[in-house]
Design a protein around this ligand. Sequence first.
Ligand code: ADP
Ligand code: MG
Length: 263
Amino acid sequence: MNVATSAESRAPGGVHEPHEGALFVEGVSVSFDGFKALNDLTLYVDHGELRCLIGPNGAGKTTLMDVITGKTRPDEGQVFFGDRIDLLHLTEAQIAEVGIGRKFQKPTVFERLSVRDNLTLALKQDRRVWAMLRARLSGAERDRMDEAAAQIGLLDALERPAGELSHGQKQWLEIGMLLLQEPRLMLIDEPVAGMTRGEIERTAQLLQDLAGERSVVVVEHDMEFVRSIARRVTVLHQGHVLAEGSMAQVQADPRVIEVYLGE
Ligand code: ADP
Ligand code: MG
């Protein structure tokens, strides 16, 4: 099969320009012991888009992220990143290298290290931690780090131990660490769980800032948050796309009200 041609034919609206950073998930099914966690799931995310993914527990949201990042292999379907990168033929490490970054729900920053050192670790992507922390950053690297720190609102906290940060700030730090790996697609699972209202508002602003230059897919249960950032919302139910559209459209959809918002 000619991959490029097939991706072009898939592109929404039949557009022929390259879709760098766009995500194509088509007809994906995943079974666990005969149970279909994903069932013929099709989803497209444009380059630069901020997409919200909602759905009741067990709808398949995390499994979808596992498929995109190569942690779980589907039984059926196709997953492409851009026009020609077939993610089903790449390892998890290769998928990260082509520019797909994932943030899990729990923050996993190094609590004893300073914010600066946490960001340095992300920047250097090197396992020899201590050698690397002592290594000098280049001017360009320092600039990138300062830019990321400013974006996540932690420029004034660079010397503080990450363990002293609020829960919200730790989440932002982790988003900053992800950012320094320069992903073209960021997958973010439930970023605002446990945050204060003020932190939620700042996170909404941050995610909107991040989209545009890169695609961002956010799984979130907090409907007020989703409403505040959402352009296009995809509702998953039983491993399948139940509805897709603006928040107003999906909220008015009787099927969505029945399975989810009406709960
Ligand atoms: P969500 O993130 O939307 O809450 P998940 O993707 O975590 O949903 O799960 C979808 C369904 O698949 C659930 O019914 C869950 O129990 C099941 N599931 C997920 N991972 C596994 C697994 N490794 N083995 C068996 N069942 C699983
Ligand atoms: Mg989940």
